[in-house]
Design a protein around this ligand. Structure first.
Ligand code: TXA
Ligand code: MG
Length: 318
């Protein structure tokens, strides 16, 4: 976690250039969009993305939205079918997030997608954020810039009230215009409503020419907790293990002997968070049947790591 000052930047050429530089260096910059202020980090940088969770104090790794400058940029990371293209052309830039299949070569951190094979992506509107994306020229991960469980920020003051000292900078462009988060639509086959937001469902239905399945609203698998099977490795997982049995492979944390992989040999929770999904995937690649996990302190990012690992260790359904 960052400690110390948070710089307030103007949304002018100098401010945006500096903000883009901080992002490229792995820093955190809160930025205005038309909906709410987002907490931005380079979506390709595992450690920077882990810092978002740390700064927000998020108890679990929800997948994050990625902001890009235009449709062409979005197509580098996701696959658009005809319906997704229609929606993007109708509403971008704007308060619409599309959940789309992730490209295999996207380069997006697994912490952004929480290990899913889909990505929430949007092209935000507003001079400041468009200027920032033009300068940064990359995918910008950005949940709302509030501590976990708190109200989304619509001014730079709100951002500073919750995150001062925990982020490098905030770009102050006054009040956001929309004030509620983006609407989220899943485009994985027939379009489904995942979250009500800045673009009314009716407008989306008008463009699609059919009704979004009402029964899906509120029940869609938005939270990782509802998608346990996506997070669980194939092997059985046992937590808080100091003595692995001979048939188990150890996922270590800190200074432990005999680990097949180690989340962080120095016991750094930030590094561990950045490595978590990658390590679980690698056990799958090895065909590991039984994974034992070293104890991980239940504080800061450790709570989020333990939350994910508990889900991984939970009894499996189908
Ligand atoms: O307006 C907004 O969307 C703002 C601004 C900053 O862009 N961002 C925002 O992000 O509200 P956040 O993280 O607070 O909410 C994003 C929501 C979460 O509920 C997350 O679970 C969902 O989007 N989400 C992101 N990626 C997803 C995916 N691949 N599948 C399903 N849900 C996803
Ligand atoms: Mg939020």
């Amino acid at each position: 976690m960052k400690t110390g000052q948070t710089v307030t930047l103007k949304p002018d050429a100098d401010g945006l250039r500096l903000a883009a530089k901080v992002l490229s260096g792995g820093g955190l910059v809160a930025f205005p969009t038309e909906t709410v202020y987002g907490l931005g980090a380079d979506a390709r940088n595992d450690t920077a993305v882990a810092d978002i969770f740390d700064a927000k104090g998020r108890p679990s790794f929800n997948p994050l939205i990625v902001h890009v400058k235009d449709l062409e940029a979005a197509q580098k990371y996701c696959v658009f079918d005809q319906e997704a293209l229609k929606l993007a052309k109708a509403f971008w830039p704007g308060a619409l997030t599309l959940v789309l299949p992730l490209r295999a070569d996207s380069g997006i951190s697994k912490l952004v997608t929480a290990g899913l094979e889909t990505l929430g992506v949007r092209v935000p509107a507003g001079q400041a954020v468009q200027g920032l994306l033009a300068e940064f020229d990359g995918p910008l991960a950005g949940p709302s810039a509030n501590p976990s469980g708190k109200i989304s920020p619509t001014t730079a003051e709100h951002v500073l009230g919750g995150l001062f000292g925990k982020i490098d900078a905030v770009i102050d462009a006054g009040h956001t215009s929309v004030g509620v988060e983006s609407t989220i639509i899943g485009c994985l086959g027939r379009a489904t409503a995942l979250r009500a937001g800045g673009v009314p469902f009716e407008e989306i239905e008008r463009v699609l020419g059919y009704h979004l399945g009402a029964e899906v609203i509120g029940k869609a698998p938005i939270a990782p907790g509802q998608l346990e099977s996506h997070y669980a490795p194939k092997g059985h997982v046992r937590l808080n293990v100091t003595q692995p049995s001979p048939d188990e492979e150890l996922l270590g944390f800190g200074d432990v002997e005999g680990a097949v992989f180690n989340l962080s040999p120095t016991g750094d929770l930030r590094e561990a968070a950045a490595n978590l999904f990658d390590c679980l995937h690698r056990f799958d690649d090895r065909g590991t049947r039984k994974i034992a996990v070293s104890p991980i302190p239940n504080e800061g990012l450790g709570r989020a790591i333990n939350d994910r690992l508990r889900r991984a260790a939970a009894p499996r359904g189908n």
